[in-house]
Design a protein around this ligand. Structure first.
Ligand SMILES: *Cc1c(COP(=O)(O)O)cnc(C)c1O
Length: 379
C-alpha cells in the first residue's frame, strides 16, 4: 500500500522549462521575471502593487515596517497560527498580543481583537487560516476608527475570496507565502501586496538593502547611476529562478483551487452524518481555497484526535495535527502578550487534524482516507 502524503505541490514540465530558460538567459537573481511575477500576481489579486520577497515571513516583516510599527508597539495577532505570524512583530521589537479566534473559521474577529487592544497597539495581523477567508469588514471598520494598521497574513490564501473578490486587497497591506505547503509554490518565496504606492516603493527598497537604485536597473545600464542608502534595509529578495516557477504556478492557480474545492466537498459529503466530526466549510461571506482541509474531533467521536492520527498512520495515511498555538510554545512561554484567555485557540489546537488534500490526490486515494476515518474505532 503506497503512503498518502498530506500535501504535494503540483509541479510539471512547464516549471522545468521555465527554469531552464532563466538559466539560459544568464540572469538568475531578482530581475525581469520577478517584475513580471509581481505584475501578474497584483492583477490576479486585484490589488495595485505587489512586491516579491524571499518568504511570507520576510514579507510580513516588511509589511509591519511600512505600516509604521516600531519597537515597543503592541501588535495583535492570533496565537492560532503558524509561529511566523507572532515572530514578525517580535523581530521589530514590538510585542505580539494574542487574540482568540472563532471556532467556525479559526480566524480572529473584531470583538476578540477589541478585547486585547492597548494604547500601544499600532497594528493587527489577521490571518486567513488554512485559506479560510477572514471576515474583513468589521476589522476594517475597527482599525479605521482607531487609526490602527490592518495587516493580512494571507500566507495560505491565494485563490480564496471575500465578498466575491480575491482576499487581501481590503487590508492596508497583505503578505503571501509560496512555500510548497501552500497552493502556489516557488520553493521558498513570498509577496507583499498593497494599494498604497508609497508603502510599495518603500518595501521595494527595503527588501534590497534600501538601495535607491535596484540591482536590475544598475545592471541594465553601462554607466550605472550612483546608489544611495536612506535607511537600513535587508536582503529579502526573490530570485528570477523562483519567479519563473511562480509565473507558471500562478497560471495554474484557478485550476488548483477548483480541484481542492471538489475534493473538499467529497470529504464533507462523506463525513456529513458522522457524529463527532466537524469539517472546515466556507463562511457565508466567502470561499476557501482549502489550502488545509481540517476536521475537529469532538468528544462524541469514537476516538480522540491522537488516536485518529494513529489509526490513519497505521493505514499509511499521513495526516497532521491542526494549527499550532504560538502562546503554548517555549518561544512565547511566560510572554506578557497574553492578556486574555484563549479557550477556542486551545480547543482547536488540541482537537483538529488536517487530512490529505492536494491537486493530484486521486479519488481512490481520497476514498482510502475516508474509509480509514469512517472505520476508526469500528471493531
Ligand atoms: C506558511 C505560513 C507563514 C510562513 O510562510 P513562509 O513563506 O514559510 O515564511 C506565515 N503565516 C502563515 C499563516 C502561514 O501559514
Amino acid at each position: 500500500m503506497n503512503r498518502i502524503s498530506v500535501m504535494k505541490p503540483w509541479l510539471g514540465t512547464a516549471e522545468s522549462e521555465a527554469l531552464a530558460e532563466v538559466v539560459a538567459s544568464g540572469w538568475v537573481a531578482q530581475g525581469p521575471r520577478t517584475a513580471a511575477f509581481e505584475e501578474a500576481f497584483a492583477q490576479h489579486q486585484h490589488v495595485r502593487h505587489a512586491v516579491a520577497a524571499s518568504s511570507c515571513t520576510t514579507a510580513l516583516q516588511l509589511a509591519l515596517i511600512v505600516a509604521g510599527v516600531k519597537s515597543g508597539d503592541d501588535v495583535v495577532v492570533p496565537s492560532f497560527s503558524f509561529i511566523a505570524t507572532a515572530n514578525a512583530p517580535t523581530y521589530l521589537g514590538a510585542r505580539p498580543v494574542f487574540a482568540d479566534v472563532e471556532s467556525a473559521t479559526g480566524n480572529v474577529t473584531a470583538d476578540a481583537v477589541e478585547r486585547v487592544l492597548t494604547n500601544k497597539t499600532t497594528a493587527i495581523i489577521a490571518v486567513d487560516q488554512g485559506g479560510m477567508p477572514l471576515d474583513l469588514e468589521p476589522l476594517r471598520r475597527m482599525c479605521d476608527e482607531r487609526g490602527i494598521a490592518l495587516v493580512e497574513d494571507a500566507a495560505c490564501a491565494a485563490g480564496s475570496t471575500y465578498m466575491g473578490a480575491p482576499v487581501g486587497g481590503g487590508a492596508d497591506v497583505s503578505a503571501w507565502s509560496f512555500h510548497p505547503r501552500k497552493l502556489l509554490t516557488t520553493g521558498e518565496g513570498g509577496m507583499l501586496t498593497t494599494n498604497n504606492p508609497d508603502w510599495a516603493s518603500r518595501a521595494r527598497r527595503l527588501r534590497e538593502h534600501a538601495m535607491d537604485v535596484s540591482a536590475a536597473e544598475r545592471h541594465g545600464s553601462t554607466l550605472a547611476p550612483q546608489e544611495h542608502y536612506g535607511e537600513v534595509g535587508y536582503n529579502f529578495r526573490m530570485t528570477d529562478l523562483q519567479a519563473a516557477v511562480g509565473l507558471v504556478q500562478l497560471a495554474k492557480l484557478d485550476e488548483m483551487v477548483q480541484r481542492r474545492r471538489e475534493l473538499a466537498s467529497r470529504y464533507r459529503a462523506a463525513f456529513h452524518d458522522v457524529s463527532g466530526l466537524r469539517c472546515a466549510q466556507d463562511p457565508e461571506y466567502g470561499t476557501s481555497n482549502f489550502q488545509s482541509f481540517w476536521i475537529e474531533v469532538l468528544p462524541e467521536f469514537r476516538m480522540d484526535r491522537e488516536h485518529l492520527l494513529e489509526k490513519l498512520a497505521a493505514d499509511e495515511i499521513s495526516a497532521r495535527r491542526g494549527i499550532m498555538a504560538a502562546h503554548q510554545q517555549q518561544a512565547y512561554a511566560g510572554h506578557s502578550g497574553i492578556s486574555a484567555p484563549l479557550p477556542v485557540t486551545e480547543r482547536l489546537t488540541a482537537n483538529t487534524l488536517i487530512l490529505p488534500l492536494y491537486h493530484e490526490l486521486a479519488e481512490h486515494e481520497q476514498d482510502r482516507v475516508i474509509s480509514s476515518v469512517l472505520n476508526a474505532g469500528g471493531e
